[in-house]
Design a binder for this molecule. Structure first.
Ligand code: ADP
Length: 426
């Protein structure tokens, strides 16, 4: 099967979110962890998403990594490319959305692309060029205090203008509401004016689908995961993609484990619920700092548990405890200590025969994927909004045995998420 869409995402959970959106629209999606070092089996995917860690990287690194991803994706000869960033347009005046989009347009020899951050299902809409988050202007939302990308302006045109030398324009809601033909006519007019970036008002999924239809012949589409919802239809209408078939669960059976590093409220609640039913161990950061064999102890304990029950291992603690630990060891150091142990536990558990792993926390998920040497993931069915089951591909480093992974960013999922995931894939 031919690859139809090649995508580059500026972070890992964003890549999964995009791949999940495409799967829900009936595509077969694979997410790679960076550009694969060698040829990998893409499992007949027709959408391939390269997950980068470029959102807050130095501009040059982000541009280089994105261009390398584009070059690799071009080898798969997709019909269209996608650049995925956050629906809150997370960036600084230096980038990286502008510089990366500029480089992609140049390399693709293209002169126009949409900028469509909107994700109405998550409360992100663009009205008169202003980005709103759950009814609040972006500049008044919690994103104003983000430690790395504080968003203090809600005008998407202005946010982009300082990041690029190319012209930025706005396509208004009245045009979007008139449908794909009206949007396409407006794009032609903007192009004639030399505009390269069309910020586009979006209030609903119907708008996203209309924008997707209008982008059918664009080499590059950029945005949050929302606008990707409208793209599979174009391939289907062109006879390139069959009718949607439901995504299948990972073809994996074996023991289960839940590994949590997120300290978010949602994850702490999920842990409290799961502790009632499953054997559990909390990671003691002071013991790690003292040089004790924390991972080995946990693995010894896990080996003696009943194989039919999932084991729960977590570092997660409430804000007071986390603050005290961070004050003692440093924020980054404390985070890395826990991530390292969780990575070692993940690797050790798979050696014990664990084959289904649910991970809570974005950074934590990155640590697990890297400890397991995962190169790529086939995206399966959705467990809870935005979180699919996935199956590892390219498993030489896992001794040829695929692992089923559910990677949940901290705040996602209902309070029974862990049980729900494992009941869905027993
Ligand atoms: P989220 O998706 O909620 O942001 P992440 O995994 O990205 O979750 O980030 C949580 C961070 O907190 C990780 O770096 C993790 O190692 C760290 N962490 C986990 N438990 C503790 C703890 N008890 N004290 C300090 N840091 C911790």
């Amino acid at each position: 099967m031919a690859v139809l869409l090649g995508a580059i995402a500026d972070d890992s959970t964003g890549a999964t979110d995009l791949a999940n959106t495409l799967v829900k629209e009936g595509m077969r999606a694979v997410q790679t962890i960076g550009v694969p070092a060698q040829d990998i089996d893409l499992d007949d995917a027709n959408a391939v998403v390269v997950a980068l860690k470029s959102r807050t990287a130095p501009v040059k690194d982000a541009v280089d990594a994105s261009r390398a991803a584009l070059a690799w994706l071009r080898g798969l000869e997709p019909r269209q490319f996608f650049f995925k960033y956050c629906s809150t347009f997370d960036s600084t005046p230096a980038g990286n959305i502008g510089p990366v989009a500029d480089a992609l347009l140049t390399d693709l020899d293209a002169d126009f692309t949409f900028l469509c951050p909107a994700f109405p299902d998550n409360g992100r809409v663009v009205r008169d060029g202003l980005l709103y988050v759950n009814g609040e202007l972006l500049e008044n939302s919690p994103m104003k205090d983000h430690p790395l990308t504080p968003m203090r302006d809600s005008r998407v045109v202005e946010l982009m203008r300082v990041q690029t030398d190319r012209k930025v324009g706005l396509i208004k809601q009245a045009t979007v509401s008139d449908g794909p033909a009206a949007i396409a006519a407006e794009v032609d007019a903007l192009r004639r004016d030399g505009v390269a970036y069309g910020v586009i008002d979006t209030k609903s999924n119907a708008d996203l689908r209309a924008i997707g239809a209008a982008a059918a012949d664009h080499a590059l589409v950029t945005g949050g995961s929302g606008v990707a919802m409208g793209l599979p239809r174009n391939f289907r209408d062109a006879g390139l993609l069959g009718d949607p078939t439901p995504a299948t669960l990972p073809n994996v059976t074996g023991r289960a484990a839940v590994l949590a590093g997120s300290c978010s409220q949602a994850t702490r609640r999920q842990i409290a619920v799961a502790r009632k039913d499953w054997p559990h161990r909390k990671i003691d950061v002071h013991r790690i700092a003292a040089g004790d064999p924390v991972a080995a102890d946990i693995l010894d304990w896990a080996a003696s548990q009943d194989e039919s029950t999932p084991v729960l291992v977590y570092g997660s603690a409430d804000p007071d405890e986390v603050a005290a630990i961070q004050a003692q060891y440093g924020v980054t150091e404390a985070g890395e200590m826990v991530e390292k142990v969780i990575g070692e536990v993940a690797a050790g558990l798979t050696a014990q025969g664990v084959r289904r792993i649910v991970v809570a926390g974005g950074e934590t998920a990155g640590a697990v994927v890297s400890a397991l040497g995962v190169e790529a993931l086939r995206i399966g069915p959705e467990i809870d909004t935005g979180v699919p089951w996935t199956e590892t591909l390219g498993t030489e480093t896992l001794e040829g045995t695929p692992i089923a992974l559910a990677l949940k960013s901290g705040n996602f999922g209902g309070e029974d998420f862990f049980a729900k995931a494992l009941e869905m894939h027993p």
